[in-house]
Each structure stands twice: as C-alpha cells, then as structure tokens.
Design a protein around this ligand. Structure first.
Ligand code: FAD
Length: 484
C-alpha cells in the first residue's frame, strides 16, 4: 500500500465511526453523479460524498471533519460554472451534498417571506411561493437544477435583478453550520434589524469557503397579474442602452428584464431548433428582450406599447407578444442561444460587469480587441444589461486541438479582462471566482482587501478545511490528506 492510501482509508473509517448510518457514500457508482458539474468541464474525485438528512447531521459531520482536519466542499445543484463545487481531483475532499435538506419550513404571505432548506431546488422554492400567490424572483436558465443554498453561496443574479436585486438583496436570514460544527441560527423574518454586524452577508457569495448554509429565509413579492414581453431590433448597443434608460422612466419602473443579444446569438438560437422563425421581419445587429410585470389596476400592455411607439427613433423593428405562449417563444430564443453557443464543445465563459453607462463602450472596445487579437474565434455576446452585466463568451474555431483551445481561452480571457480593468469593472458579476477565475482575481485584488478577507477566513475556518483552494489559495497550514 502506498503512503496516500492508508490515511484515506483511515479517514473514511473515522468518518464512518462518527456518523449515523446512511450518510456517507464512497463506492464508485454511488458517488459518480457528484463528480462532474453541469458544464462537464469540471471533474473531481471525492474521498466520499456525505448526504446528511438534518442540520444536526451536518453539524456532526463538520465536527468530525474539523477535528480530523478533513477538507470538505459543499455541493448544491452543480450548476456553478467556476469549478468550485466538485471535489479536487486527488480524492482528498468530502463532498457535502445538501440535496436531502430540501423542505419548505414555513411560508407567510403576510410577511412576504419563506424559510426553505438549502437543498431545495430553486424551481421548487418558486413553486412554493406561487402557491401563496407570491413570487420568489430569482430567475435564470439553471433554476430547474440549482439549489437555494447554492444560490446564496454564489449570490446568484439572473434576469430579474434590475427590479428585485441579487440573491443578497432577497435574503432575510440564514442558518449556517460553521467549520467547527456549531450551528449559527441567523434565520429571521425581520425587514429591519440593526443589532450590530449583519453576519449573514459574510456567507452570501462566499462560495462554500466560510460555512455550510442549511436554511435560508427569503423575501417574496406579490405575484404579478400582468406580464408583457417584447423583442426589439436596434442598430447598436448604444441605442439599446438609450432605450433602457428611457424604458425605466417611461414604463413606471415596471421592467423586470432587459436582455441584450447580438445578432450572432439569434442566429445560434435559430440554428439550434429547425423550424423556429425569426420573430422580426428585419435582420438587426442588436436585439433586446424586454419584460415588464405589474399587479393591480395598471394597463401594462398599453404602457409598454405606448413606450415602444415613442421610442421609434431608436428601433428598427419590434414585436410585443400577444399571449404568454408567444412571450415564452421569445424567451426560448434566449435559452436556446445559451444552450447551443458552444456547438456541443468547450467555450470560454465570462460574466463581467461595468457601470451601466459604460456598457456600450465596453462591448465595442472588447469586440474590437478580440477581433484584432483572435480573428478566428467566435465571440458570443449577450447579457443582463440593465445590471451592466455582459456575458462575452469565446467559441473556438471548429477542429481546433485541445492544447490550442486552452491557449485561446487563456489569451482571450486576458484580452477581455484588460478591457474590464480599463472600465473599472468586475471580472465576475455572477458566477463567482471558484478555481477558474482565481488566478485573474488574485492578480487584481488589492492588499487591504486580501488582508481583511484572509482574517475573516481565518476566524471562521481556522484549520482551512472549507472549500480549500477556492477563491483564495490554500493557506500554508492547510494540510493535504496524506500529509498527516
Ligand atoms: C444554464 C445556466 C444558466 C445560468 N445563469 C445564471 C444567471 O443568470 N445568473 C447567475 O448568477 N448564475 C447563473 N448560472 C450559474 C449557477 O446556476 C448559479 O451560480 C447557481 O446559484 C449555483 O447553484 P448550485 O446549487 O448549482 O450550486 P453549486 O454549483 O453546486 O455550487 C456553487 C458554489 O456554492 C457552494 N455551495 C453550494 N451549496 C452550498 C451550501 N449549502 N452552503 C455553502 N456553500 C454552498 C459550492 O461549494 C460552490 O462553491 C447559470 C448556470 C447555468 C448552467
């Protein structure tokens, strides 16, 4: 037996002895589906997969891992795209899947709030809200797979951020199991509470590096009785941004989504589903998918139609969906474009942000820089531009060798991030840092921010067992399994 196998077996035995039956899985077939993320780009082999059934079991598990210095990585629906939720390849980490903690604990249409466990699939949580004539507004393509704990840990955004904010804006309280196994009960329904530090904010967006979210209390909103969707074609991103500024004012701030798609994205969507028709009669360089929603006594359709007529100077063509089914068809273009953009292969994903007022200049400069540096790569551009957030993805030419693809990704990412830097933007608006963006992030973080973040990490995870090597590099005193 080699030196690494012995401690792993010992660690497994230690874990098994400390935990109730039916939580820990290590056979190949049992752990297979926890080893690969949604994209298929990230793979990792855990020491074991733990599937706790209660907060108490998460606590027991963490106590054991902390005492024995066993590294852990919490896992939700595996749709995060930065390689953070799969185990490291070496087989040293315990994956903690929250999938069995998936219940609705309470919901109140008077509080406009719900408490849901971290393993609840987002779409399921949204259904619970709708049953009370409310909405949970976190909305995006992966909602059928991602879990609420994952949404909190990544501070997920999505289509409706411009109206309702990021996940951070929707969280009223959290229950978190700390690295040492203690349970912090910060679950509240309070809208206003200024008793000292707002500790929940530390865990939101922490990508599993500070604690394990086990339950979340979330804000709900009245379910809109009217939803209107329009697709408009424009000459330029500048015109799209001018349209956005006017739309917010002239549609009584009732916009819920304002999605930019460049023509290349529409072509990808149309190519992905034979028979799908181009919804506009004219081919336009730039498109915007607009959604507005309202309840009560407003004529939302009239508001949107009047606005679009008044914005005729900015638009080439446009259509307002006549029914929900037609609205869904317009959204289908957006979904198909995301699914089909990589032609079934790997592609570089970015999710950058700049101030809204600078977005058009940023897109123009970045596309020009990519065209100059890598003219053969396909840049696919779309985003939640109402939040200044753009996905500028790079698809390699057909037939490119794997090594050349890696180089292309590295080089084009640098080209994009250089422009982001010039515009004072962020290299991650939504998906987080994980492992994929770590190098670029650490290259740019300032000394004071790094120092403060390291102290928070040290305080909450003194032995460095939580999501080791994600966001930040592993600390010197974090032992790898096999070293002890
Ligand atoms: C098609 C598609 C579209 C997407 N669109 C968007 C979008 O519009 N906006 C957006 O923001 N994101 C988007 N994403 C990214 C992704 O869906 C989100 O980041 C989501 O919130 C991840 O949730 P998850 O449950 O899948 O988490 P995972 O992928 O399982 O985990 C993500 C991170 O959270 C940590 N984690 C998971 N659960 C917990 C927990 N209970 N406690 C502590 N840490 C935990 C993990 O360790 C990891 O670091 C998209 C992804 C896909 C595939």
């Amino acid at each position: 037996m080699d030196a690494v196998t012995i401690p792993r077996e010992k660690l497994l035995a230690t874990l098994k002895a400390a935990l109730p039956d039916g939580i820990l899985f290590s056979a190949k077939d049992d752990i297979e589906r926890y080893t690969r993320d949604w994209s298929g780009d990230h793979f990792g082999m855990p020491l074991a997969v733990a599937r706790p059934r209660s907060v108490d079991e998460v606590s027991q598990l963490m106590r054991c891992c902390s005492t024995n210095n066993i590294p852990v990585v919490p896992q939700g629906g595996l749709t995060g795209l930065v390689g953070a939720a799969v185990a490291a390849p070496g087989g040293g980490e315990v994956v903690i899947s929250l999938e069995r903690l998936n219940k609705l604990r309470s919901i109140s249409a008077i509080d406009f709030a719900m408490v849901v466990e971290a393993g609840c699939i987002l779409e399921e949580a949204k259904r619970h809200a709708e049953a009370e004539d409310c909405i949970l507004p976190i909305t995006f393509g992966a909602q059928g797979s991602c879990r609420v704990g994952g949404n909190v840990a990544t501070n997920a955004g999505g289509f409706n951020v411009l109206r309702y904010g990021m996940t951070r804006d929707l969280v009223l309280g959290l229950e978190v199991v700390l690295a040492d196994g203690r349970v912090w009960n910060g679950l509240k329904l309070l809208r206003k509470d200024n008793r000292g530090y707002d500790l929940k904010q530390l865990f939101i967006g922490s990508e599993g590096t500070l604690g394990i979210v086990t339950a979340v209390s979330l804000k709900l909103f009245p379910k809109p009785t009217q939803v209107e969707t329009a697709l408009v074609g424009l000459r330029s991103v500048e015109d799209a941004m001018a349209l956005y500024a006017r739309a917010r004012r002239e549609c009584s701030d009732l916009l819920t989504a304002f999605e930019l798609i460049l023509r290349g994205g529409i072509d990808i969507a149309l190519g992905a589903r034979p028979g799908l028709r181009d919804p506009l009669s004219e081919v336009c360089p730039v498109y915007v998918l607009i959604e507005a929603s309202a309840g009560g006594r407003v004529d939302l359709r009239a508001i949107l139609q009047d606005f679009l007529i008044s914005a005729d100077d900015l638009m080439i063509d446009g259509v307002v969906a006549a029914s929900r089914a037609q609205g869904d068809q317009l959204w289908l273009l957006r979904e198909l474009m995301v699914e089909a953009q990589g032609r079934g292969g790997r592609y570089l994903r970015t999710d950058v942000s700049v101030p809204i007022s600078m977005l058009a200049g940023f897109v123009g400069d970045t596309l020009a820089a990519l065209e100059k540096s890598h003219p053969h790569a396909l840049a696919v551009t779309y985003g939640h531009v109402g939040d200044g957030n753009i996905h500028l993805n790079v698809v390699p030419p057909v037939g490119m060798e794997a090594d050349a693809i890696e180089t292309l990704f590295h080089e084009t990412e640098e080209v994009i991030f250089d422009v982001v830097d010039r515009y004072g933007g962020s290299l991650s608006a939504e998906h987080g840092i994980g492992k994929v963006k770590q190098e670029a992030f650490l290259k740019r973080i300032d000394e004071v921010s790094l120092d403060v973040a390291s102290r928070i990490k040290d305080a909450l995870d003194p032995t460095g067992i939580m999501s080791r090597g994600r966001i930040f590099l592993p600390r010197a005193h974090s032992k790898e399994v096999g070293e002890r």
